[in-house]
Design a protein around this ligand. Structure first.
Ligand SMILES: *[C@@H]1O[C@H](CO)[C@@H](O)[C@H](O)[C@H]1NC(C)=O
Length: 291
């Protein structure tokens, strides 16, 4: 292929990235940030849903950029993570559980919620299904293993060790630290409202969110946007699984540079889409923010 025939795609590509960067400006009205720093399968999505319900703008695992942020974190690149924190005021699931020290320092008015299960056996049972789905390299950095069978004890320790370290770090800072157990359901509302404040000082009368993995079905109707989003997330996740071998194991500089570039681009486009979605929903259909 001649260099000149690449010029047009590169130009088009750059224009798209420029437009998206322009479209994606952080909102002005963000609150002091809340980080949910429990591991996966501790109800992080449910706590994120609860925070969204009481007016927070949340970045969570459902957002495909969370995968890229895990890659950045694992590679010691914190800048893309910090960039993301400008756009949101609530954060949940990976990579945030490992970033509480940095975030506590960067945002002195931020608060932290350690989400837990009622005991480690319950958590481990959920993790069996979760980690059992695929050998994603990101798991090893948080849970000490990429596969479940044979590594139960290591994975269990990653949870108990995390809990102990977080407690030690926030000891003596009760105003910015709270532990919640997703198994406690509705009992979490008053604790959460007491900690971060709920609209009009009222505890919501709706049941405490319980994240539903079959989220593409709502009210018996197919939710097209939700379904497309799921498909997009699924595709990107599979691509990441395929490419992460070259990224992490082979450590080839050219592959790393190319993948980083692609991830950044996907992130920029996703950022623009989600900012537009957020602005539209805030003005026209707030219920769209609660899914
Ligand atoms: C948990 O902490 C103990 C004690 O510091 C350590 O020996 C063990 O390797 C840790 N386990 C994991 C999975 O990090």
């Amino acid at each position: 292929m001649q260099a000149s025939s690449l010029a047009i795609p590169v130009l088009l590509f750059s224009i798209i990235v420029l437009i998206c960067t322009e479209l994606a400006q952080p909102p002005q009205n963000l609150k002091p940030k809340v980080f949910v720093i429990g591991f996966s399968k501790t109800g992080t999505t449910s706590f994120g849903d609860a925070l969204a319900q009481i007016g927070y703008k949340r970045l969570g695992w459902k957002d495909i950029r969370s995968r890229h942020m895990v890659h950045s974190y694992v590679n010691g690149e914190y800048e893309p993570l910090i960039e993301q924190t400008r756009f949101y005021d609530a954060f949940e699931d990976l990579p945030w559980p490992h970033l509480y020290r940095e975030m506590a320092e960067l945002y002195p008015d931020s608060k932290f919620i350690l989400s837990l299960r009622k005991d480690d056996a319950t958590w481990l049972k959920s993790m069996r299904r979760h980690v059992g789905r695929g050998e994603w390299i990101g798991y090893s950095h948080f849970y000490g293993a990429v596969t479940f069978d044979g590594n139960e004890e290591t994975i269990r320790q990653s949870y108990t060790n995390h809990t102990a370290r977080v407690r030690e770090f926030f000891a003596g800072q009760p105003e910015r630290y709270l532990e919640l157990t997703v198994d406690d359901g509705d009992a979490n509302w008053p604790l959460l409202c007491d900690f971060v404040g709920c609209p009009d000082g009222k505890v919501p009368s709706t049941p405490f969110p319980r994240s539903n993995t079959a989220a593409s079905w709502r009210d018996g109707k197919i939710d097209v946007i939700g379904w497309l989003h799921w498909l997009w997330g699924w595709t990107i996740t599979r691509l990441e699984e395929l490419t992460s071998y070259w990224y992490y194991e082979k450590k080839q500089p050219s592959v790393r540079a190319l993948l980083s570039f692609i991830w950044r681009t996907v992130d920029t486009v996703e950022q623009a889409c989600s900012e537009m979605y957020y602005k539209y929903a805030t003005e026209h259909a707030p219920s769209m923010l609660l899914t």
